[in-house]
Design a protein. Sequence first.
Length: 265
Amino acid sequence: MVMRILKAGLIYFLLVFGAGFALAFIRIPFLVPAFGVRTAELMEMPVMLAVIAWASRRLARTHPSFPRGERLAAGMLALALLVAAELGVAYFLGARSPGEYLASRDPVSGGAYLASLVFFVLAPAVWNGRAKPKPPSGPMAIHGASLCPATPMIFALATDDRSLRVFEDPASAVAYCEGIDVEEGGWLFWDAQGDALDAVFSKPSERVRSWVLSGIYSLHPSAGGKDLLGSISRVGYVEHNPYFESLDAVVAHLLRCKQARPHDP
């Protein structure tokens, strides 16, 4: 999960910083000589706000399972990277210290810039990241299944915060739960009926200096893993999803699945 937040924050930073860097090639040689620094920076501001709105919405849509706290963490990381990059560019291109750079900012356009930074860090948490999952059709409903249909739905338990997430299919679960976290016991998996699944790695995770290349895995029925009903005490809460509104609804669904199974003679 930490790696996903880091990647989301890094991409968010790169999109916004890249746009600002590109706009500088229009602002500095064309707008500043014609209108002055203050007006040129203020003219650029609506464009940057639009870029921030687009990039933050993209973050929320790309990671619909991120709660607001995780999206806010990604925004804070991106802010730290953005400030470091801007101060670094000011130092290497203009040989100015952070104090000199801040003192050189126009008070009006600089104040607008600070306000845009506040928007930048908060924007990912503003959007509704839950809109992406499609509500189920057929017998599945928000309170769980009326029967126990054959469905590729996957339950995944994050062992660190005890949150239970419900994914539409195995591919969605594998895409969200990074291999490095799975290898370290950060995730446990069950199928739609609550039977345990094992993560089988075709390529293990690799650590190269400070970088981690997450492994590739797939989910397969477990030979002796405890089912979800037997592990329900490990669940602290259920993340928002289009299938179940509460942990009680998950338990009721699992009990119906258990009762619907054919009994051995």
